[in-house]
Design a protein around this ligand. Sequence first.
Ligand SMILES: C[S@@+](CC[C@H](N)C(=O)[O-])C[C@H]1O[C@@H](n2cnc3c(N)ncnc32)[C@H](O)[C@@H]1O
Length: 225
Amino acid sequence: MSTPIDSIAISRAFLAPERPFDRWHSHYARWKLAHDPLYPGVLPLLRDDPHPLLDLGCGIGLLAHVLRGAGATQPYKGVDFDATKIARARDAATRKQLRDVAFDTADLSLGVPMHHGSVSILDMLQYLPEPLQSNVVSGAIACLAPGAQLVIRTGLEDSSARSRITDVTDRIGHRIGWMRSAPQRYPRRETLTGMLESAGLEVAWQPHLGRNLFNNWLVSARRPA
Ligand SMILES: C[S@@+](CC[C@H](N)C(=O)[O-])C[C@H]1O[C@@H](n2cnc3c(N)ncnc32)[C@H](O)[C@@H]1O
């Protein structure tokens, strides 16, 4: 059963009375939730997951709003190295009175914070160079409790035109100042699969293309209970 995502209600959480002219995050939230298949894609995987969730590269914390809007109650912690996004994420979560939701700044190139539960990595691996991508994925795997899962959405490096379009779009995001760092490289499917399977996880891939031209994929990797 799919749960509608209330993009208007969530986007309003990013309107701060003390900053009446700062509507950028609200507009971004509304556009992202209405047009990107990301959240409708990850919601069925995470909605009934009872394990505490660590969201790596959480941005402004939209996943927390989507989960709570769908009735999910697992403790949520989002981390990101962009202090402004974390401040906006905290403000919006407080304004919406989201329960058991926390945010912190953390630079994942220095390691993954301690955690025991499930982990999500949505659209962030490409901002790290290859060896650091592997460190983050292994760090995330080490966090997984029995029965918990690692959910990754990522573009993949391959020879498709979609792969090139994804890269160019991420570079524009950096140029216009939305992303602090430029994309480095997209992971390759065989590399990710090798890491996840050699850790004994049950791995399921699904194409996550939506009505756009990006080369996005969704992978869920579960540690057997
Ligand atoms: C495309 S955004 C995705 C945000 C969110 N996961 C989502 O899907 O809506 C990528 C995020 O990764 C964060 N990021 C990039 N490099 C990072 C690093 N080294 N440590 C922590 N966060 C990082 C960026 O600040 C940005 O918020």
